[in-house]
Design a binder for this molecule. Structure first.
Ligand code: HEC
Ligand code: HEC
Ligand code: HEC
Ligand code: HEC
Ligand code: HEC
Length: 476
């Protein structure tokens, strides 16, 4: 694992970053000067909010604003740093806190230790001062001009209050892809939302990430409201324009109480509840149970469940697929109400009964042999040096908990618009027909075993399982 993490540093970096070394505490041991984001030209989101109050209000409730506040991110980045003895450097901050990274925050920095701008995570100016991407696209290989104009979609916006310019890059999927493709040398793809997208029907039709993720309905290409994009003190009537949403709804949600309003827990709770409704709405637009039926399987019965992706843009789940769980929860009972098959229910620890399950590992609960889960597998090969001191290519394959421990990440997610049929065998000869099957499609953003591996057990209770679709059927 350490050898692999060493290679993190071979990946590209945003061009505003100071000369990197494996371990740069804020401008100390490396001789690099600590830089100040504001001196570089970046402004705080709240300052933009003076005239763009709606954009600010939406952004601050988004996962872009949460990207450094997230306790899971912080614990996972700290683990990657520890496990690699610091060799991972500030890789994890590259996308989650570009400005903090440019300011020289070390890889094990805590949220409290970050500068004000570093704490803002993916803040306004990161997207609005990004002029282009470098190659390879991904890993925050962004070019930035923090002193330059605010780049946006309009070629006739007023420059009265600050310089503005229209930018094809801001309006392109490549802006998003610059952070939504995460990879490690040599070629380990950790997140591939953008790579999945470029070959998709949506890309062929010219539908952009912004169309689905910055419109009024999360995940859907809807027309935008026509309204002013700025509200200034002088009461000037700025023209109505198609206004984008900056909420960027995805499956993640806050796991802390004092966010997005640190001084107002009630307002934070209300904002989080509102967010969760949109998360559920987004996920429900993405996938459904397309068919459910009993079939003859040789001498015995089986159940077939067809699951269908309803989106043509990237896989479901996409992005952080090593942790996203989308699974089939199925129960078949016979006429006497006796359970004949059960798959997809949780173990005593709240995990699926897969090889990650503690209960399965300690033998107290059986492996869920028929489990259908679209989460990725992080395959690792434990290698070592042979007697001649040569690095051995022979090794034992195993499942790793974290993507950054993997040599290969195998995706099981549904391709755009894919319909996949799964067959569940019913080999209980004593089942008395007719049988009834109930199926639910469930989704969880993070599994409990990951939180426990991060010593974040206290967050497990906050995890939410969404039900995306349900169906039932009876045998003849
Ligand atoms: C993750 C990148 C990202 C972040 C962060 C971001 N924006 Fe944007 N913003 C965009 C994109 C992309 C567009 C253009 C949308 C399109 O092309 O459809 C945009 C459009 C705009 C516009 C033009 C009007 C409109 O509604 O389309 C304004 C004004 C704006 N953003 C302000 C802000 C402010 C203020 C913040 C911070 C509070 C912010 N943005 C944060 C990506 C971002
Ligand atoms: C003092 C008020 C004020 C502040 C502060 C302000 N803006 Fe603006 N911004 C405006 C006005 C006015 C427009 C033009 C509105 C129009 O023409 O409809 C604008 C336009 C924009 C556009 C659209 C550019 C285009 O060509 O599409 C973006 C993007 C933008 N601002 C981002 C930001 C960001 C990011 C910040 C903070 C760093 C910020 N603004 C701070 C007033 C302000
Ligand atoms: C046709 C509409 C559409 C387009 C275009 C689209 N998405 Fe999505 N996206 C969705 C829907 C619906 C979901 C929820 C289902 C899922 O998680 O895959 C989603 C989920 C996501 C998620 C959350 C993934 C997770 O499970 O953690 C990310 C990140 C994302 N999209 C990024 C992008 C990026 C980047 C692009 C462009 C390269 C893009 N999307 C293009 C509709 C779209
Ligand atoms: C500077 C890097 C960066 C850019 C550019 C960027 N993102 Fe993100 N995005 C992130 C990070 C990091 C997160 C995860 C934050 C977290 O929860 O810790 C994220 C989260 C998201 C989510 C929420 C995912 C979830 O699981 O809830 C969506 C949706 C999303 N981004 C879409 C977009 C789109 C669309 C664009 C382009 C307009 C874009 N992003 C541009 C870094 C970026
Ligand atoms: C190239 C950009 C990039 C880099 C580098 C990166 N991430 Fe992320 N990260 C993202 C994006 C984009 C998302 C949102 C993906 C989604 O929702 O599908 C994300 C989501 C996450 C999440 C889930 C959201 C949350 O806050 O709980 C965690 C945890 C996380 N990243 C940890 C890390 C760690 C640890 C590292 C370093 C080993 C790292 N990331 C490096 C872009 C990046």
């Amino acid at each position: 694992v350490t050898a692999l993490l060493l290679l993190f540093l071979a990946c590209g970096q945003p061009s505003t970053e100071p000369a990197d070394t494996a371990d740069h505490a804020r401008g100390t041991d490396t001789g690099a000067t600590a830089l100040d984001g504001q001196a570089m030209g970046y402004d705080r989101a709240a300052a933009c909010g003076e005239c763009h109050p709606q954009h600010y209000d939406e952004w601050r409730r988004s996962m872009h604003a949460y990207s450094t506040r997230s306790p899971v991110f912080e614990a996972m980045a700290a683990k990657a740093y520890r496990d690699s003895a610091g060799e991972v450097g500030s890789f994890c901050s590259r996308c989650h806190s570009i400005i903090g990274d440019a300011e020289g925050d070390p890889g094990d920095v805590t949220y409290e230790e970050r500068s004000a701008l570093g704490q803002e995570g993916v803040t306004c100016d990161i997207c609005h001062k990004a002029t282009d991407h470098d190659l390879p696209l991904g890993n925050a290989n962004l070019q930035q001009d923090p002193m330059g104009p605010a780049l946006g979609p309009f070629d006739d916006a007023s420059g009265r209050d600050h310089t503005v310019a229209a930018s094809d890059f801001t309006a392109s999927p490549e802006l998003c892809g610059s952070c939504h493709d995460v990879f490690m040398y040599p070629g380990l793809a950790i997140e591939q939302a953008y790579s999945e997208y470029i070959d998709s029907p949506a890309a062929a039709a010219g539908t952009r990430c912004q169309d689905c993720h910055m419109g009024p309905t999360p995940g859907v290409f809807d027309p935008r409201p026509e309204e002013p994009i700025a509200v200034t003190d002088d009461g000037y009537d700025w023209p109505a324009r198609p206004r984008s949403s900056h909420r960027f709804i995805g499956p993640d949600y806050a796991l802390v109480d004092d966010w997005p309003f640190p001084d107002d827990l009630d307002a934070s709770a209300a904002a989080q509840a509102d967010n969760l409704e949109l998360v559920e709405q987004l996920l429900q637009t993405a996938v459904r149970i397309a068919d459910l039926r009993f079939v003859q399987d040789g001498g015995s019965m089986a159940v077939e469940v067809a699951v269908e992706s309803l989106i043509d843009s990237h896989r479901v789940p996409t992005g952080f697929t090593s942790e996203r769980q989308l699974w089939i929860d199925i129960e078949v009972v016979d006429v006497n109400g006796r359970t004949v098959l059960r798959s997809g229910e949780l173990d005593a620890w709240g995990d699926l009964r897969d090889p990650h399950s503690q209960a399965v590992q300690d033998g107290s609960q059986a492996l869920d042999a028929q489990l259908v889960n679209y989460q990725s597998d992080n395959w690792t090969v434990v290698r070592g040096y042979d007697n001649n001191g040569q690095f051995s290519t022979e090794g034992v394959e195993g499942l790793a908990t974290f993507p950054f421990e993997a040599q290969e990440i195998v995706r099981h997610s549904l391709e755009p618009l894919e319909r996949r049929t799964h067959r569940f065998a019913l080999d209980d000869a004593s089942a008395v027909p007719p049988l009834t099957v109930t199926v639910a499609l469930r989704y969880r953003n993070l599994p409990p075993y990951v939180l426990r591996a991060l010593q974040a057990d206290d967050l497990v209770d906050r995890l939410i399982i969404f039900t995306l679709d349900e169906a039932s059927a009876s045998s003849p």
